[in-house]
Design a protein around this ligand. Structure first.
Ligand SMILES: C[S@@+](CC[C@H](N)C(=O)[O-])C[C@H]1O[C@@H](n2cnc3c(N)ncnc32)[C@H](O)[C@@H]1O
Length: 234
């Protein structure tokens, strides 16, 4: 991809920035049973509501959100990915994609009912500017969701600990609890259509030596995968 035209605050996301097509394969493999969506719908049904997807990447989730929401806004700091997301929603009249970042949301005060941020490296210890922006744009009674890996359990969690030993997930959990967010553990899976797809995704998510070790020790086309859904009400 050419010059990505990054909005201030963008945290490098090499998987989707460098490999958007393989990341699409990854997104199609995530949670085919819909456990994350079911939890979100139970806690904050978004029929007719205004939904914000922060760090929307190529906009994979926007059409499904827009099928029920009143309006959907995707925010993405990587200009090329924002352009792909815009193309994806060109025939979705109630969805918009805006180039920007969590730290400076291009939105009016008290304009959002449901916030979704998935695989959001920009939300965690040190993300207070982004959280202050949420305090500004979320309506009273609105709900936010931050969805991230739970490295403490599941096969994917073991892989994550192997590949990213520097990630202090105990500190991350303490951070969210201190901020008043509540954790819901969700057991989902990666389910691929082929072994080739699984291998290509493992190779964009992990350094080469780790990816080869993972693939040598795991057969088949699916992986059990635990996530944390962090949530709070304003
Ligand atoms: C791993 S990708 C996930 C994309 C998307 N949520 C999905 O599930 O397909 C993380 C995304 O967060 C974006 N991002 C990075 N820093 C950000 C920031 N400060 N504010 C908002 N988004 C950010 C990246 O550009 C990337 O598109």
């Amino acid at each position: 991809m050419a010059d990505p035209d990054l909005a201030p605050g963008a945290i490098p996301s090499p998987n989707i920035w460098n490999h958007p097509q393989v990341y699409e394969v990854e997104n199609r493999a995530v949670d085919r049973a819909g456990a994350i969506t079911s939890l979100m719908q139970r806690l904050a049904p978004w029929e007719g509501r205004d939904l914000l997807d922060i760090g929307c990447g190529t906009g994979f989730h926007l059409p499904a959100f827009a099928a029920r929401a009143g309006t959907v806004i995707g925010i993405e700091p990587h200009g090329d990915l924002a352009a792909i997301a815009r193309r994806r929603i060109r025939r979705v009249p109630n969805a918009t994609v805006v180039h920007g970042s969590a730290e400076a949301l291009p939105l009016p005060d008290e304009s959002v009912d449901v916030m979704h941020a998935r695989w959001a490296y920009f939300f965690g210890p040190g993300c207070e500017p982004g959280l202050a922006e949420l305090d500004r744009v979320m309506r009273p009674g609105s709900r936010g969701f931050v969805i991230d890996n739970d490295p403490s359990r599941s096969t994917f969690g073991q892989w994550f600990r192997l590949g990213y030993p520097q990630v202090d997930y105990v500190e991350t959990a303490a951070f969210w609890a201190d901020q008043g967010w509540e954790r819901h553990g969700v057991d989902m899976a990666w389910t691929f259509d082929s072994r080739e797809d699984l291998e290509s995704v493992v190779r964009i998510e992990f350094a080469e030596a780790v990816a080869e070790e993972i693939l040598a020790g795991h057969e088949g086309t699916s992986v059990d995968y635990a996530v944390n859904v962090w949530t709070r009400v304003w």
